[in-house]
Design a protein around this ligand. Structure first.
Ligand SMILES: Cc1cc2nc3c(=O)[nH]c(=O)nc-3n(C[C@H](O)[C@H](O)[C@H](O)COP(=O)(O)OP(=O)(O)OC[C@H]3O[C@@H](n4cnc5c(N)ncnc54)[C@H](O)[C@@H]3O)c2cc1C
Length: 179
């Protein structure tokens, strides 16, 4: 990341921020005792709240996520679902695909009157998700692997995102383009 002019601060958290309106900057205080002067601050590590207040509380866990089985019933997929691992795009795509396949199987089984006869279609199941994440930073990327390894570089960006932040790959996975 150095050659991109990006300095990554690890093992430190932002403890507080103070806006300096006169100079249009923000002073960040870090847990390692350092301060950073920033022109723009985007906070993105806050714990999100799932927008599930419209669902019955019986299907939610204590954090408001939808409790799902490994076949994603209640057919909740992505960030909204209570499932292991870091919430990320790849996991959401896999869960969405699993839920979609199982919904279609149930529709087909229903049309063939199998559900009425208590014959449940074989459901696709989700594997446990390991802790992993890739972040694009300019022309490079940083990846955090299931084994705890951290890798950076253009080859990591190419492997994780291609040339367009993964848009082409997502379109391929969703069947919008030929692979
Ligand atoms: C700042 C930030 C950076 C991130 N960076 C990365 C990264 O580098 N790599 C990575 O893998 N992941 C990253 N993530 C995580 C990733 O964005 C999520 O895991 C992913 O978007 C989850 O997909 P989703 O479809 O489950 O939810 P979302 O993408 O949040 O989609 C849910 C959609 O439902 C809509 N919606 C909500 N409530 C309702 C309602 N009642 N009715 C109708 N529509 C509704 C929302 O408007 C939204 O469009 C990042 C997340 C954030 C916030």
């Amino acid at each position: 990341m150095d050659k991109l002019g990006v300095e990554i601060v690890l093992n430190s958290r932002v403890l507080g921020s103070q806006v300096d309106t006169a100079n249009k900057q923000t002073i960040l205080t870090l847990s390692n005792g350092e301060t950073l002067t920033a022109g723009k601050v985007i906070f993105c590590t806050a714990k999100p709240t799932a927008r599930t207040d419209w669902l019955p509380s019986t299907v939610l866990d204590e954090n408001g996520y939808v409790r799902v089985n490994s076949d994603t019933t209640h057919f909740a997929a992505g960030d909204i679902a209570a499932w292991g691992g870091i919430k990320r795009v790849g996991g959401a795509l896999i869960m969405g695909q699993c839920a979609a396949i199982n919904i279609v199987k149930r529709i087909v089984a229903d049309e063939q009157n199998q559900l009425e006869a208590s014959i449940q279609p074989e459901q696709q199941t989700l594997p446990p998700f390991p802790q992993m994440m890739s972040l694009a930073v300019g022309s490079e990327a940083v990846s955090f692997g299931p084994d705890g390894s951290v890798k950076t570089g253009e080859e990591v960006r190419e492997m994780a995102f291609g040339d367009d932040l993964g848009l082409t790959r997502v379109r391929e996975v969703l069947g919008f383009t030929k692979s």
